[in-house]
Design a binder for this molecule. Structure first.
Ligand code: SF4
Ligand SMILES: [Zn+2]
Length: 229
């Protein structure tokens, strides 16, 4: 009996079959008849190969649906590839993780990253919905200075940033940023990065901008980072 025929009989019997650590696992085991058990034993190597081929084809399709290719998954998995391939649930989760990681490397926000949080290393960032409000490091931290300038960030307001200096001589309101020459690090609310390296440009405290240097003023809620998209 060919491996394909053995698998066909397994499925017709309503059983599930997986490769785990190089062995075949059938569930529910109690429903495995003696003739099918013998067919699996006799054709074990071929059945394992066929299951791996099918799992890899399914992973390649899922990768293509996610805008990736199988080589990227294989490279990211390294020595764990076969183990990942053996469990469809793990394979799906790994695929999502690779897609998100490559997305952040390319400066794209993964669709499921909907929470604005403060990373103490790289500023206001988008992360997973169940992330804490403040994190010490994040998947965006590895980006270089150019990529950080272009990366999608939640909008913030200077008014509740520790670096904002209100103009005490005027009627209040407009002020400036105490971080000298850092204007190149923020972009307008429309997402246009500033190419200027102005020193202390005038700032309206409640205008929204995307600034990697925003840091909460003492007493200001960190959730302010997520006040606007
Ligand atoms: S660091 Fe950014 S958010 Fe804070 S005052 Fe300066 S420009 Fe505004
Ligand atoms: Zn970070």
């Amino acid at each position: 009996m060919t491996a394909e025929a053995v698998l066909q009989r397994v499925h017709e019997a309503g059983l599930s079959i997986q490769v785990r650590a190089g062995n075949l696992h059938v569930t529910p085991k109690a429903h495995l008849g003696s003739d099918l058990r013998e067919a699996l034993r006799a054709g074990k190597a071929e059945v394992i190969d066929l299951l791996r081929v099918k799992a890899e084809a399914a992973l390649a399709t899922a990768a293509a649906d996610a805008g990736l290719n199988l080589d990227q998954i294989v490279e990211a998995a390294g020595a764990d590839y076969q183990e990942i391939l053996e469990d469809p649930g793990v394979a799906r989760a790994f695929l999502c993780a690779v897609r998100d990681r490559l997305g952040t490397q390319a400066g794209r926000r993964p669709r499921s990253w909907t929470k604005a949080v403060l990373c103490r290393s790289c500023g206001p960032v988008w992360l997973f919905a169940d992330s804490p409000d403040v994190v010490e490091g994040c998947p965006w931290c590895h980006l270089g200075p150019e990529a950080r300038l272009a990366m999608p960030r939640p909008q913030v307001a200077c008014g509740n940033c520790e670096h904002f200096q209100p103009d005490l001589l005027g009627a209040g309101g407009i002020g400036c940023c105490a971080l000298e020459g850092h204007a190149h690090l923020w972009s307008s609310a429309r997402g246009e990065p500033s190419s200027a390296t102005l020193s202390a440009p005038p700032l309206y405290p409640w205008a929204l901008r995307r600034c990697g240097c925003w840091s909460p003023r003492v007493g200001a809620a960190t959730s302010r980072t997520g006040a606007a998209r």
